[in-house]
Design a protein around this ligand. Structure first.
Ligand SMILES: Nc1nc2c(ncn2[C@@H]2O[C@H](COP(=O)(O)OP(=O)(O)OP(=O)(O)O)[C@@H](O)[C@H]2O)c(=O)[nH]1
Length: 370
């Protein structure tokens, strides 16, 4: 028997793992990411037109094998839930195979693993559209897929598409919760990368204009399209790479503006842009304090950040560092060179009770000209 102090003997392994250098490992990760199947999360309040959009996506001639997954997150009675677990413990799934090769499936619980298992059974999909129930907060679902994407899974989060009823949207956004929490319609708009403003045939132009103003006040970064029966150019909703750290900064610069809260909504978009450089560690600590502790300068600030994106100009680094956050989860990726471009730290926050001046003043303390 070997004592703790004994020097372990070297054993020659038959199948020694090949030594992989860091660059090759990184390349493999990139390749796997490039092959990962994109997942679009489709949300929208009850009756907004999500199913109509799905039917449209499934019947359009796109030549893709799309799997539509209808999810009933947290819904249903305990009896229904227990019935959803098969005898072998597997989740109950109901599949509908369409003539054009697309599939539709209804599941009680879905996660990255569940989708990976489905692909094992049904063959690879080109694309996955995950429809949440009208009452779901897309945040936790998005975090789940986004987190796994970083861990190099077979699937990756492409973006969040929110369908809104043009006639009743404003009323839904304004509904107050007795416990003071944010209603789902507002959360769905706050987290949206694309907004399909549906049923415009039923809304008066004044109603539509108000609704749009309200949506833009909450989230000024999402692109909006007006539709009837959810007929939308598919490139507007699929393959948008909203979570990729890429050159979308120009979009961010153009779209993101600080918005004024509209009607009673306390959720809005705040943008700060500060030229200069920040220390990497200090900036990360600042972000963590804000997202995790709701603190600025070690003091509670009451800000609830739902979504954040931006670019940091890190001292000592020639490259841009892209930031993405969904609730308390964030990611920072080094990307392109600044070159001759002006180095600006640009942060866009979407959330509740955002103290614009305090955010700017607090972050400004980290910024210096070099
Ligand atoms: N007039 C009009 N009706 C529409 C439009 N889009 C969808 N509808 C109808 O609105 C109803 C609800 O649409 P769905 O697509 O089922 O809405 P949903 O968001 O999936 O609804 P839930 O699953 O209940 O959350 C259906 O009867 C649709 O035919 C539109 O642009 N105009």
């Amino acid at each position: 028997m070997m004592e703790d102090d004994d020097v372990p003997q070297l054993v020659e392994a038959d199948d020694a793992a090949p030594v992989v250098d860091e660059e090759t490992a990184q390349q493999e990760i990139e390749e796997k990411k490039a092959k990962a199947v994109p997942v679009t999360i489709l949300t929208g309040y009850l009756g907004a037109g999500k199913t109509t959009l799905l039917n449209y996506i499934l019947t359009e001639n796109h030549g893709l094998k799309i799997a539509v997954i209808l999810n009933e997150f947290g819904e249903g009675s305990a009896v229904e839930k227990s019935m959803s677990i098969g005898q072998d413990g597997a989740m109950y799934e109901e599949w509908l195979e369409l003539r054009n090769g697309c599939l539709c499936c209804s599941v009680k619980d879905v996660g990255v693993k569940a989708i990976e298992n489905m692909m094992k059974k049904k063959g690879l999909f080109d694309y996955v559209v995950l429809e949440t129930t009208g009452l779901a907060d897309p945040g936790p679902i998005a975090s789940m897929f986004w987190l796994d994407d970083a861990l190099c899974s077979d699937v990756k989060l492409d973006g969040i598409v929110t369908v809104i009823d043009s006639k009743y949207g404003l009323k839904q956004l304004g509904e107050e919760r007795s416990d003071g929490s944010l209603n789902e319609a507002v959360r769905q708009v706050a987290l949206a990368d694309r907004i399909v403003l549906n049923k415009v045939d039923l809304a008066k132009s004044q109603e539509l204009a108000e609704l749009k103003a309200s949506i833009q006040a909450i989230n000024s970064t999402a692109l909006i399209v007006e539709t009837n029966y959810s007929k939308v150019d598919l490139s507007f909703v699929l393959g948008i790479d909203a979570y990729d750290a890429d050159e979308r900064l120009e979009d961010l610069k153009a779209q993101a503006v600080t918005s004024t809260p509209h009607l009673d909504s306390s959720v809005r978009t705040v943008t700060i842009a500060l030229p200069g450089c920040v220390d990497e560690e200090e900036a990360e600590r600042w972000i963590q304090d804000l997202l995790w502790e709701q603190q600025l300068d070690d003091k509670p600030c009451g800000a609830e950040v739902l979504r954040m994106k931006g670019v940091l100009s890190i001292r000592g680094s020639d490259n841009r560092h892209i930031l993405q956050a969904v609730r308390e989860l964030y990611d920072k990726t080094e990307t392109t060179e600044w070159g001759d471009a002006e180095r600006v730290n640009r942060l866009v926050f979407i959330g509740r009770n955002l103290p614009e001046e305090d955010l700017r003043a607090s972050f400004a303390k980290l910024v210096s000209s070099e």
